[in-house]
Design a protein around this ligand. Structure first.
Ligand SMILES: Nc1nc2c(ncn2[C@@H]2O[C@H](COP(=O)(O)OP(=O)(O)OP(=O)(O)O)[C@@H](O)[C@H]2O)c(=O)[nH]1
Ligand SMILES: [Mg+2]
Length: 340
């Protein structure tokens, strides 16, 4: 999975990129990085299983350099989600301009998707198409109707056979959009900023996620130890940093869930799309595990924590044996039995 950060010039995109990827200021000019998805469950599991190492789920991140036009669209095509930074710390005028940025980007998304749909329709309708391809026409008409009515394809319900068609396109309006509002410390403290109502209204109308953060504040926090960092946050009345929340919101907007495995020295988080079977999930760990899949021992994170240990979970009958069709749930701790 790959997520891009975009927005107007000077709104704090690179600052956000550095905070999310943990690279220190000035250490790198690289535009591509990796963000770890914070997960409070991992340290708990490390403790229960007495494993020294925990490995977090990761998402690729791009700091997009282009601000507009086809160059920007070309970059976004390969991304799974877009984070748009709103420069609230710069004042009301910039909030307006940031919302204009969102509008114009999304308009480009609609147009690009309509062009893809119409090109494909034309192709299917002009030639003698095989009957199997004819079935795609009603699907394309449905997409066209939605786009004509300014409905993002993300908001449209598709049947399973239509979802198969969807995957052969890379539609822009399917990509989740997250508005990352960059606040000054004063705005963060006061809980409000000029133009907040407009941001809310747009986000509600279009189904965008909104997360607040403060670039300057988060940079100060990132220089502190985790303990001092959380004390610092408490002074601002916050439980969690905006950066951590942004990572989590992005993760769930991508439709991803997490399962855990325990090996000799580490507890590890793996990300999979909602609805993945345990056999497919095993393939994420290693292809041998999918090929030679026999069954999986599964306990939910909550059950494991309340039982206190794997042994106790077993004794209480909370450790389940699941077959290959089992749909993995967020927080499942999984041990795959396999034979190759
Ligand atoms: N006061 C304040 N300044 C910030 C904040 N976030 C970023 N800045 C400053 O704004 C300037 C631009 O930040 P960048 O992160 O480089 O912004 P950008 O969007 O990547 O800029 P371009 O790539 O040039 O479009 C820098 O001087 C930052 O230190 C913030 O929350 N508050
Ligand atoms: Mg930049």
């Amino acid at each position: 999975m790959k997520v891009g950060i975009t927005g107007n010039p000077q709104v704090g995109k690179t600052t956000l990129f550095r905070l999310l990827t943990g690279s220190s200021p000035g250490s790198s000019l690289s535009r591509v990085g990796v963000m770890e998805v914070p997960d409070e469950r991992l340290p708990q599991l490390s403790r229960i299983f007495e494993r020294p190492k925990s490995t977090y789920a990761r998402i690729d991140l791009v700091d997009i350099m282009h601000h507009r036009g086809q160059d920007l669209l070309n970059e976004v095509r390969n991304l799974d989600a877009v984070v748009i930074v709103v420069g609230a710390f710069l004042g009301e005028e910039e909030v307006k301009e940031s919302l204009d940025f969102v509008d114009s980007l999304v308009t480009d998304f609609y147009v690009a998707d309509l062009v893809s749909v119409e090109n494909r329709l034309e192709k299917l309708q002009s030639k003698k198409t095989k009957p199997v391809n004819q079935m795609e026409i009603p699907f394309l008409m449905k997409c066209k109707r939605a786009l004509d009515e300014d409905l993002l394809l993300k908001e449209v319900e598709f049947a399973p056979h239509e979802i198969d068609f969807l995957s052969s396109f890379s539609f822009y309006t399917l990509k989740p959009i997250i508005l990352a509002v960059n606040l000054s410390e004063e705005q963060l403290l006061s809980g409000t900023y000029p133009g907040m109502k407009d941001v809310r209204e747009l986000a509600d109308a279009q189904g965008y996620e909104v997360v607040r953060f403060s670039g300057v504040l988060e940079e100060e926090i990132s220089a502190l130890s985790p303990e001092d960092g959380s004390l610092f946050l408490q002074e601002f009345g916050l439980e969690e940093s905006g950066i951590a929340r942004l990572a989590k919101v992005t993760y769930s907007a991508l439709g991803l869930i997490t399962f855990f495995t325990v090996s000799a020295d580490e507890v590890r988080a793996w990300s999979i799309p909602k609805g993945t079977t345990v056999k497919e999930a095993a393939g994420k760990i290693h292809t041998d595990l999918e090929r030679g899949f026999i069954r999986a021992d599964v306990v939910s994170y909550q059950d494991l924590i309340s039982a206190g240990s794997l042994k106790a979970s077993k004794e209480k009958g909370l450790l389940r044996v699941e077959g290959k069709e089992y749909i993995v749930q967020d927080g499942d701790v999984i041990n795959v039995r396999f034979n190759v």
